[in-house]
Design a protein around this ligand. Structure first.
Ligand code: 5RP
Length: 226
């Protein structure tokens, strides 16, 4: 089955999940191709959406084009539901995000949300985060070399993402070959390096629900607590 179909399936399942709630919601939306598949279906829940919040300029432009009202966290205190894709997800619904470069705004919206629905195809499900995919970190430009050296000190290999400037005017370092151990601990370690704005490990604010697709259909996964 082609990957577009798998994205469409999880997008549809997220729409149906929201329809079943049968109430008005403030909706936050992520960034990337799976989030785009979800946005394409948002007209189906238009009446339920009081306002939207966007995790990137790209997402904001799509929502504006579709005619949705876009708010900011200055206007809205609490987001009811945040829907986004991910690069890797484990059974605790912890994720690596940010291969699309929007990790900081995504983490802010996810953290301001009551429910985080992550939508992915089965290839994103992993037993250990960070083995196959790098951990992105957003870094202010003047701190690039310092942060890189600090990452080497703790055992990672930072790779500068060429040609990427985030919506916040920063750069991305992708950390390869880093043994994550406990994801929430590594999230703390990385975000405490001066110059790091945010890291792509979403463990402290993991998803509440992961909707996963494969060629047989979709399934729902909830965090398995340790
Ligand atoms: C962007 C992200 C995306 O959610 C992640 O990269 C998944 O993207 P896609 O749905 O295109 O596979 O974290 O910063």
């Amino acid at each position: 089955m082609d990957s577009e179909k798998l994205k469409e399936m999880v997008a549809q399942a997220a729409i149906e999940h929201i329809q079943k709630l049968d109430k008005k919601i403030v909706l936050g939306i992520g960034t990337g191709s799976t989030a785009k598949a979800f946005m394409a279906k948002m007209p189906l829940i238009q009446k339920q959406i009081t306002t939207t919040l966007a995790s990137s300029i790209e997402t904001q432009n799509i929502l504006a084009k579709m005619g949705f009202e876009i708010s900011t966290l200055g206007d809205i205190r609490k987001i009811d539901i945040y829907v986004d894709g991910a690069d890797e997800v484990n059974k605790y619904c912890e994720m690596i995000k940010g291969l699309g470069g929007a990790l900081t705004r995504e983490k802010v919206l996810a953290s301001a949300s009551d429910e985080f629905i992550c939508i992915v195809d089965e290839t994103k499900m992993v037993s250990t985060l960070g083995v196959d995919k790098p951990i992105p970190v957003e870094v202010i430009p003047m701190a690039r070399s310092f942060v890189g050296r600090e990452i080497v000190e703790i055992g990672g290999q930072p790779v500068y993402r060429v040609g990427c400037q985030t919506d916040n005017g920063n750069i991305i370092l992708d950390i390869r070959n880093m043994k994550i151990g406990i994801p929430s601990d590594m999230e703390t370690i990385l975000t405490q390096i001066p110059g790091v704005v945010e890291c792509g490990i979403f463990a402290k604010r993991h998803a509440n629900l992961v909707i996963v697709s494969n060629e047989k259909g979709v399934s729902k996964q909830y965090p398995q607590y340790m």
